[in-house]
Design a protein around this ligand. Structure first.
Ligand SMILES: [Zn+2]
Ligand SMILES: [Zn+2]
Length: 424
């Protein structure tokens, strides 16, 4: 994952703006300074490929500390408006004895609230977003070592938390149920550790007050869109999401004991493992239910299909930004090619060369064009995904869920019913 490689994959995927990640790491930061140049305030591109992928300076920090008599493990994202701000934050972390060399995502003993205070003291423009907010381990709302509210975690500084990142195991509907997220943005990022995984979740920004081009975007535009500043030049258009059941922590259970419970089963059977008698890893679905103010049903949602058949999910009052759910193209191709990795990868390369970027193929190309270049089966598959009619076997305790697009004709009727139940 060099910057060149991230940029190359971003082009294949159709990602315009991407986070560098890991700027707290000394070697990676050196590479950022050597290979990137600032093209507009807070936005960077490769020196040798200006006009290609734009980068934002972001990093993730793992805070492990004790608060209220409990051990807390929280991951937070820090978006910096400039190289000089990064340098000041790095210096302060070093002063506080943090070992930044140990990992791209360093572990620090500084609490989330102290970390937020620290970075805002250095530069009030810094954007601070709790990462993958619902995963049981390492997140603000996590069942294992998180908090029950942003307020509890950040106290008087909660007002500087303008957004949370949903992670792969939750989607916006689940987050719309939480009272204190009402006026906060819901953002999605890929949390990728390799090129092919980039863009598996993403946030789409669109023009708000003025029409600006990609090369004119600044750090402030992104920050003020996330802060929902009414005068901002950009706003969040929508987010691109996994089907949350596909995430590793949607349901509850124990991987090694082969126990997997949905939220209802947890209510009925409790959260102690019947095999090893230790507490189960309580999944995101259950955790959201526990903290929800109100449960949203199908009747509280609005499904709006656009001209290429892509379904946008809104809340009924349309007070929130909508989202679309997707399955990565390679996963779709694996199912279409009897799970042959070689065949699926070859087809992925061909399609992203001849038809368009991955995000174009999944979200924007019309069905006729997809069928012409990719065949009838691919067209059907993308239609099923865009219409949200997939079947997902939920993930739990670190095991990814399994998505299925096509099933036997017999199962089709059941599948539709079941999909509705598990999705909403
Ligand atoms: Zn993390
Ligand atoms: Zn167990």
């Amino acid at each position: 994952m060099t910057l060149e490689e991230i940029s190359r994959w971003s082009k294949i995927k159709g990602i315009g703006l991407i986070a560098t990640g890991d700027w707290t790491h000394p070697l990676w930061f050196r590479s950022i300074k050597e290979n990137l140049k600032e093209t507009s305030p807070g936005i960077y591109t490769l020196k040798n490929k200006p006009g290609e992928t734009q980068f934002l300076l972001s990093t993730e920090i793992s805070s492990i500390y004790s608060q209220g008599g409990q051990v807390r493990r929280i991951h937070n994202l820090i978006f910096s408006p400039s190289i000089s701000t990064c340098e000041k934050i790095i210096k302060e972390l070093n002063n506080r004895g943090c070992n930044l060399m140990a990992d791209g995502r360093p572990i620090v003993g500084i609490s989330s609230v102290d970390l937020l205070k620290m970075v805002l003291d250095i530069d009030e423009k810094v954007l601070f977003i709790p990462a993958h907010a619902w995963t049981p381990w390492f997140s603000i709302f996590g069942s294992k070592s998180g908090f029950d509210s942003i307020e509890e975690c950040f106290d008087g500084y909660a007002k500087y938390i303008y957004a949370i990142e949903t992670g792969l195991s939750s989607d916006p509907i689940m987050n719309w149920q939480i009272k204190e997220l009402k006026n906060r943005s819901i953002v999605s990022f890929s949390d990728a550790h390799s090129g092919p995984k980039l863009g598996r979740e993403a946030t789409v920004f669109v023009n708000n007050k003025e029409t600006i081009t990609n090369s004119q975007i600044t750090f402030d535009d992104i920050a003020s869109a996330i802060k929902q500043d009414l005068n901002s030049r950009l706003k969040i258009g929508y987010t691109i999401e996994f089907f949350p059941e596909e995430g590793k922590y949607h349901w509850s259970g124990h991987r090694v004991c082969n126990i997997r419970y949905n939220a209802r089963e947890i209510k009925e059977k409790g959260s102690i493992c019947p095999v090893c008698h230790k507490p189960l890893t309580v999944g995101v679905e259950n955790r959201v239910l526990d903290l929800s103010e109100k449960l949203l049903g199908q009747e509280d949602l609005l499904m709006v299909k656009n001209k290429v058949g892509l379904t946008f999910v809104y809340d009924k009052e349309k007070t929130r930004r909508p989202f679309v759910s997707m399955i990565p193209l390679l996963e779709i191709l694996l199912e279409l090619n009897d799970h042959s990795v070689v065949k699926a990868q070859r087809e992925y390369e061909r399609l992203t060369k001849d038809l368009g970027t991955e995000l174009d193929i999944l979200l924007r190309k019309d069905y006729e064009e997809i069928e012409k270049v990719g065949g009838e089966k691919l067209r059907q598959a993308i239609e099923i995904v865009r219409e949200r009619k997939v079947f997902v076997d939920p993930g739990y305790d670190g095991v990814f869920g399994k998505v299925k697009i096509f099933k036997d004709e017999n199962e089709k009727i059941n599948e539709k019913k079941q999909t509705q139940q598990t999705l909403f």
